[in-house]
Design a protein around this ligand. Sequence first.
Ligand code: FAD
Ligand code: NAD
Length: 464
Amino acid sequence: MPESFDVIVIGAGPGGYVAAIRAAQLGLKTACVEKRATLGGTCLNVGCIPSKALLQSSENFEETAHKFAEHGIVIEGSVKLDLARMQARKAEVVGANVKGVEFLFRKNKVTWLKGEGSIPRAGVVAVNGAEYAAKHIVIATGSESTPLNGVPVDEQRIVTSTGGLELSEVPKHMVVIGGGVIGLELGSVWRRLGAEVTVVEFLDGILPGMDGEIRKQFERILVKQGIKFRLKTKVTGATVGNDGVTLTVEPAAGGAAETLQADIVLLAIGRRPFVAGLGLEGAGVALDERGRVKVDAHYATNVPGIWAIGDAIAGPMLAHKAEEEGVAVAERIAGQAGHVNYEAIPGVVYTWPEVASVGRTEEQLKEAGIAYKAGKFPFTANGRARAMGDVDGFVKILADTKTDRILGAHIIGPDAGTLIAELALAIEFGASAEDVARTSHAHPSLNEAVKEAALAVAGRALHI
Ligand code: FAD
Ligand code: NAD
C-alpha cells in the first residue's frame, strides 16, 4: 500500500510551501515535493530574496560613496567594494530564509518528499520511483526564464537572473535584454557597483503595463543615474568570444543591424510556466495557449482532485500572489471559501526610487470607459522626503468619479513598496479617497504624501 496523504503539493516555492502549511493548519495530512536541495522555490533561492539582499547592499555602497557627503559625513579615502563579502552575505540571507521554511514544515508537520514529483495518474504522485496516494494534488511548480532565439544562455557570459545574481566580478559593460522588473532591479545593482549598463527593450518604454506617467518619470530618473536605454530595439543574435559577448541588434520595426559589445549579457525578457516532467499530458491536465495550467476561479484544473497555483497558472508572476493562492486553494480543498482579490495585489519594483502600484492604471480605466478622478502629490512637497534627501517621485490615486471608491494607486518615490500597502488595504476594504484623506497620518512621514494625494482627488491638497 503506498503511503497516502490528503494533500500533496508539488513545488515548495511561495505558492507551494504556503499551500502546504495552510492545508496542515486545517488538519489535512500534507506532503510537499521539492526537487531543489532547499525549500522556498525561485523566490527564496534565486529570486526575491537574493535580489533584495544585493539591492540593499549595493544601495548602501552607493549611498556611502555618493550621498554621505551631503549629510556632512566625511569618508577619508575611497569607499571600497568587497564583492565576495557582499555575495557571501547574500548567501547567508538566503540560507536563513530557506531554513526558516524547513522549520515551518516541521512545526506544521508537513512531510517534505525530496525529489522530482510527477503525476502518473489522478490521485497518485511519484517521487524517486516511489508512489504516494493523494486525495488532492496541488501543482505549484513555478516558472523559468524565457529563452530568446540566437542568445544561448551559459550562465557565465550570457546569464539569466540566476547567473546575474552570482557574478564574482563587476562587469565593465552589462547589456540587459528586457526593460522589465528583473532587468531594472539587477541593472541597478550592477550599475551601483560600477558597471556601465545598457538596457535593450523591444517596446517604446520600460515596465510595460505600469502607469504611463510613472514609466516616463522612472526612465528619466534611471537615465540620470547613468543607465542607458536602447528602446524599440530587438536583439537578433549573440556570440561569445574571448573578450565577451557581441550582440547584434536592430530596430524593432526592422532596419540596419549594428553590434553591441558587452562582457556580461543579462537575458530578462520574462518568465514562462514550468511544468516539464510532471506528466500532465498522461494525467489529462489541460494547459492554455501560453502553456499555463488551466484552472477555474477556485484553482481546480479540468481533472478532479488536481489543482494549480502560482507562476504555473495565469496572472502576475509575484510571490505574494502565489502565497494568496496557496492559502485559497488549501481552504477550498478543506471545504472553505478561500478567495483572492486580484484587484488588490500590489506590484513593487525595488529600485531606488521604488515603483509601486495596485489596482487599475489610468490607461486601463480609460480603456474600460470608467470615469475617474486623479489626485497627485509630489515628494518634493513632503517634509520627511526632504529630510531624507529623496524627493524624486509622486503618489497618484485614482478614484471613481461617482462613488469616490479607490480604483488604483501608483507611487514612484522613497519606500514606495511600503507605502503602497495602505492603498492595497484601502482597495481591499472598498475605501473611498475621502476615507484615506480623513485618516490621520503621522507627521513627518512619507505616508503623508498618500493622504495628500487622496485630498488632491477632491482638489483640496493642503501642502501644495
Ligand atoms: P516557484 O517559486 O518557482 O517554486 C516552484 C518550485 O517547484 C521550485 O522550487 C522548483 O524546484 C519546484 N519544482 C518544479 N517542478 C518540480 C517537480 N516536478 N517536482 C518537485 N519540485 C518541482 N516576486 C515578488 O513578488 N517580489 C519580488 O521581489 C520578486 N523578485 C524576483 C526576482 C527574481 C530574480 C525572480 C526570478 C523572480 C522574482 N519574483 C518576485 C517572482 C517570484 O519569485 C515568483 O512569482 C514566485 O517564486 C512564484 O512562486 P511559485 O511557488 O509559483 O513558484
Ligand atoms: P517582465 O515581463 O517584467 O519584463 C520583460 C521585458 O522584456 C518587457 O519590458 C518586454 O517588453 C521586454 N522584452 C520581451 N521580449 C524582448 C526582446 N526579444 N527583446 C527586448 N526586450 C524584450 O519580465 P522579467 O523582468 O524577466 O521578470 C519576470 C517576472 O518575474 C515578472 O513577471 C515579474 O513579475 C517577476 N519579478 C518580480 C519582481 C518584483 O516583484 N519586484 C522582481 C523580479 C521579477
